[in-house]
Ligand binder design. Structure first.
Ligand code: ADP
Ligand code: ASP
Ligand code: MG
Length: 436
C-alpha cells in the first residue's frame, strides 16, 4: 500500500461545507487503498486576519509571539478536518507541526525545514488512521520554539512530509486547475501547463506566482519528489512539476532535432509571473570605494533579509559617489531601513529612499536559452502597452523588470499576448479564494 500526501490550501477549507467536501476527497484516497497524510492550511484568509489583529495590538509584534499566533490558524483547520473525516466513519488523527516531527531552524516567520522525524505519523498510519498535519509550522531544534515557514508554507510542509515518508505522490490541492501561463485572476485567457520543470517552477515561484511556495519547489527538486498541482473543486488533471530543463528535448537547447516526435516541442515560454510584494530601497551617494557595498549588504544579511534585484549605478566622476538600489520583501522594509540608517555615519552615504509602489513582472521559460530576441520582444510589448521599466535582471531562463505598481496588470497581459500564450477557447477557472 502506497502513501499519498495531499495538501489543501486555505481556499479549499474556507468554511464548514468546504471542510466536509475536502474530508470526502481525503476519504476517497483512503478507500482507494492508500495510506493518506494530509497537510492543511488555515481556513480562508484567516492568517491575514490574525496578522491584522496583531498589528492592531502592536505595530511591530515580537516574532516569537507572531508565530505562536499564526500557527493557531492551521491548528483550527487540522482538528476540523479530522472531525469531518470521523463523521464519515473513518478515523483521523491531527498533529501540529511539532508533533509531526517537522524540525526547523530558529528563524521566526521564515524558518527552513532541516529535518522531518515522522515517527508519530508512521505509528498513526500503522494503526489505520488518516493523518492530518497542521501546515506552515515546525519546531526549532535549537531554541525549541514554535516557528512558521513563511506565507504559503503549507506547500513545503506537504513536500517535506512526502520526502520523509517516501510517498508515491504529493498532491497540492488549490482553487485553480493547476499552474497556468499567468495568474488566472489577471489573465483569464491563461493556459494550464500539463507539465513544468523544477527549474521553471522555481523561477515562477520566486517571481511571485504564489501557486507554490518557493521552498516547496526547492525541497521537491532536491529530493526528487514529483508534485501534482490540481484543484480541490474539480476532478481535472492538474500540472505535474517534475524533471529538469537539461532533460528537455534537444532542440530547446539548440537547433531542432529531426529525430524528435511531433508534439514533443517544449514551449519557449512557460509563463509570466508578477509580484506586488516587494519594495525598492535606494542608498544615495555611497562613496565608491572598496568594501562599502559589502558593509551595507552584510548589515542586511545580519538582519536576515533576502534581497532580490540589486543595481549599482556607475559613479559620477566629479563626486566619486554612486547610488545602490535593491528590491526586497515589503514586510522587511522597515527592518532594512533601520539596519541601513544605523550605518549612515560609518559609510557616509547621503540618504535612503524607500518606494513600495512597485511591482515586478517576469518572463520565464527554458526555451529562451536558445531563442534570441526574447528580451527585445518582451521590452517591445511593454513599450507598446505604455509601461516604463525601472530595473532589469535576468537569469538563464528568466527576464524580470520592475515597473510601477499600477502598470503590473497591463504589463502581464501585454506580455502574455505578445508571446502567443493566450488560449483561444477555454478560460481559466478560479473556483474560490480571495486572491489575497
Ligand atoms: P492556496 O490557498 O490553495 O494555497 P494560493 O492562493 O496560495 O492558494 O495559490 C493559488 C492562487 O495562485 C490562485 O488562485 C492564483 O490566483 C494564484 N496564481 C498566481 N500565479 C499563478 C499561476 N501561474 N498559475 C496558477 N495560479 C496562479
Ligand atoms: N496559512 C499560511 C498562509 O496563509 C500558510 C499557507 O496557507 O500555506 O500563508
Ligand atoms: Mg498557497
Amino acid at each position: 500500500m502506497g502513501i499519498v500526501v495531499q495538501k489543501y490550501g486555505g481556499s479549499s477549507v474556507s468554511d464548514a461545507s468546504a471542510i466536509k467536501r475536502v474530508a470526502r476527497r481525503i476519504v476517497e484516497a483512503k478507500k482507494a487503498g492508500n495510506d493518506v497524510v494530509v497537510a492543511v492550511s488555515a481556513m480562508g484568509d484567516s492568517t491575514d486576519e490574525l496578522l491584522d489583529l496583531a498589528s492592531q495590538v502592536s505595530p511591530l509584534p515580537p516574532a516569537r509571539e507572531l508565530d505562536m499566533l499564526l500557527t493557531s490558524g492551521e491548528r483550527i483547520s487540522m482538528a476540523l478536518v479530522a472531525m469531518a473525516i470521523s463523521d464519515l466513519g473513518f478515523s483521523a488523527r491531527s498533529f501540529t507541526g511539532s508533533q509531526a516531527g517537522v524540525i526547523t531552524d530558529s528563524v521566526h516567520g521564515k524558518a527552513k525545514i532541516i529535518d522531518v522525524t515522522p515517527g508519530r505519523i508512521s505509528d498513526a498510519l500503522g494503526d489505520g488512521h488518516i493523518v492530518i498535519v497542521a501546515g506552515f509550522q515546525g519546531v526549532s531544534a535549537d531554541t525549541k520554539e514554535i516557528t512558521t515557514l513563511g506565507r504559503g508554507g503549507t506547500d513545503t510542509t506537504a513536500v517535506a512530509l512526502a520526502a520523509a515518508l517516501e510517498a508515491e505522490v504529493c498532491e497540492i490541492y488549490t482553487d485553480v486547475d493547476g499552474v497556468f501561463t499567468a495568474d488566472p485572476r489577471i489573465v483569464p485567457a491563461a493556459r494550464k501547463l500539463d507539465r513544468v520543470t523544477y527549474e521553471e517552477m522555481l523561477e515562477l515561484a520566486a517571481c511571485g506566482a504564489k501557486i507554490l511556495h518557493l521552498r516547496c519547489v526547492e525541497y521537491a527538486r532536491n529530493h526528487n519528489i514529483p508534485i501534482h498541482v490540481r484543484s480541490s473543486f474539480s476532478q481535472l488533471e492538474g500540472t505535474r512539476v517534475s524533471g529538469s530543463i537539461d532533460d528537455l528535448p534537444v532542440h530547446t537547447q539548440g537547433a531542432p532535432g529531426p529525430e524528435e516526435e511531433p508534439g514533443m516541442e517544449q514551449a519557449i515560454i512557460a509563463g509570466v509571473a508578477h509580484d506586488r510584494s516587494e519594495a525598492k530601497v535606494t542608498v544615495v551617494g555611497v562613496p565608491d570605494k572598496v568594501g562599502e557595498a559589502a558593509r551595507l549588504f552584510e548589515a542586511l544579511a545580519n538582519a536576515q533579509i533576502n534581497l532580490d534585484m540589486i543595481v549599482q549605478n556607475v559613479s559620477a566622476a566629479a563626486t566619486n559617489l554612486t547610488d545602490i538600489s535593491f528590491t526586497l520583501p515589503r514586510t522587511d522594509g522597515q527592518t532594512a531601513m533601520a539596519a541601513l540608517a544605523a550605518l549612515q555615519s560609518v559609510v557616509g552615504f547621503d540618504s535612503l529612499l524607500y518606494d513600495d509602489k512597485i511591482g515586478k513582472v517576469s518572463l520565464i521559460g527554458a526555451g529562451m536559452r536558445s531563442h534570441p530576441g526574447v528580451t527585445a520582444k518582451f521590452f517591445t510589448a511593454l513599450a507598446d502597452a505604455g509601461v516604463n521599466i525601472g530595473m532589469i535582471s535576468t537569469s538563464e531562463i528568466r527576464i524580470s523588470v520592475v515597473v510601477d505598481e499600477d502598470d503590473v496588470d497591463a504589463a502581464v497581459a501585454a506580455t502574455h499576448t505578445a508571446f502567443d500564450l493566450d488560449a483561444s477557447e477555454v478560460e481559466a477557472v478560479v473556483y474560490g479564494g480571495s486572491g489575497r
